[in-house]
Write a protein that binds this ligand. Structure first.
Ligand code: PMP
Length: 364
């Protein structure tokens, strides 16, 4: 077998080995056509079939209702921070819940369009006072009466804070699910729009998935760049210009893989086991700490600190020497972070936990 080490990178994240093997086997000659997918015209029948299959697999995996469109775009989740106000603010008010770095960036970007007069940006609440370890109670939110939309981040990748159920608000809900899409079942019909960069649970960077309810199309500002205009991209089947063809193909392979794992509900159970194992290890020791409110602890990104932060460097050196990759925490939070997306098997988390227990014994 290939040399593949446990990789806890927050993104671009580890991919299922079998997906990479399949891509490898198809690389030079895709299904006997004598060329690779990355050498095909995006207008060709074969390539269009690849994209249609990817979309239908995603629809099946997430049980996406028929009145939602699915787009496969570029520019990362960050470009959606601009695309959302440009498509949906439409002179109204955008409500934003700030629960960490990523939802905060969405606000910052939306405020540019407020400054241009495209509408108002209203931060309903921020978890800053808790250092983004908790979500302010909804009773304290300053919701607009008639918001054009309500935006939040379902999983704050840096702070390791997840909101498992969408809030109950009247406005169409827009959720950044970059780091939790496909990690457990959700009810898509509760959302106006869901978006997610691919490079965590779907695989290759360069692709962003937008799932949008049809009635939200057709509200874009005249300033909205064509490539960011959702209605236009729906009309063009996400091919207004050349799409990220190879990433889109790889996403389709990841959907095949996820289906073979038993789908989202099955992977969700494993994800919960992985998270439980890691949090239990942290909570059972006074050597490790995770500060996030228990009901909001992410099942995808687990930040943890050492009681003695002078050991951080040693932890990272020794974990890497033990073949455990990418455990360094984000600079905003410090310490360590283990990202345990769908493609991280339970055995890798067990290896990490075994290392943590041994490290504590050695250094406590
Ligand atoms: N939102 C979340 C929740 C993220 O984790 C990230 C990337 N780490 C982004 C947005 C930004 O994604 P991109 O780099 O694709 O723009």
């Amino acid at each position: 077998a290939a040399h593949r080490l446990p990789n806890f990178c927050a993104g671009p994240a580890t991919m299922p080995t079998t997906v990479l093997e399949r891509a490898q086997s198809e690389l030079l000659d895709w299904q006997g056509r004598g060329l690779s997918v990355m050498e095909m015209s995006h207008r060709s029948k074969d390539y269009v079939a690849i994209t249609e299959k990817a979309e239908s697999k995603l629809r099946a995996l997430m049980e996406i209702p028929d009145n939602y469109k699915v787009l496969f775009l570029q520019g990362g989740a960050s470009l959606q921070f601009s695309a959302i106000p440009l498509n949906l603010l439409n002179g109204g008010r955008g409500d934003y819940l700030t629960t960490g770095a990523w939802s905060g960036k969405a606000v910052k970007e939306a405020k540019r369009y407020e400054a241009l007069g495209l509408g108002a940006v209203n931060v309903v609440a921020t978890g800053k006072d808790s250092n983004f370890t908790d979500v302010p109670a909804q009773s304290e939110w300053n919701l607009s009466d008639d918001a054009a939309y309500f935006h939040y981040c379902a999983n704050e990748t840096i702070h390791g804070l997840q909101i498992f159920e969408p809030p109950q608000v009247d406005a169409p809900i827009i959720a950044d699910m970059s780091s939790c899409i496909l990690s457990q079942p959700i009810d898509v019909s509760k959302f106006g729009m869901i978006y997610a960069g691919a490079q965590k649970n779907i695989g290759p960077a360069g692709l962003i998935i937008v799932i949008i309810r049809e009635d939200l199309l057709g509200r874009a500002s005249e300033w909205c760049p064509m490539l960011m205009n959702y209605e236009h991209q729906v009309e063009k089947a996400s091919m207004s210009n050349t799409p990220a063809t190879y990433s889109w193909y790889l996403a389709g392979l990841v959907f095949d893989w996820l289906e073979a794992q038993g789908g989202v509900a099955a992977i969700g159970k494993i994800n919960q086991q992985k998270a439980d194992l890691l949090y239990k290890t942290i909570d059972d020791s006074s050597f490790y700490n995770n500060p996030v409110a228990p009901e909001h602890r992410s099942i995808m990104n687990v930040p943890f600190t050492l009681a003695d932060s002078s050991l951080d460097k040693v932890f990272l050196e020794e974990s890497e020497a033990a073949g455990l990759l990418n455990l360094k925490g984000h600079r905003d939070v410090g310490g360590m972070r283990a990202s345990i997306y769908n493609a991280v098997p339970l055995e890798w988390v067990q290896q990490l936990v075994d290392f943590m227990i041994a490290f504590e014994k050695k250094h406590a």
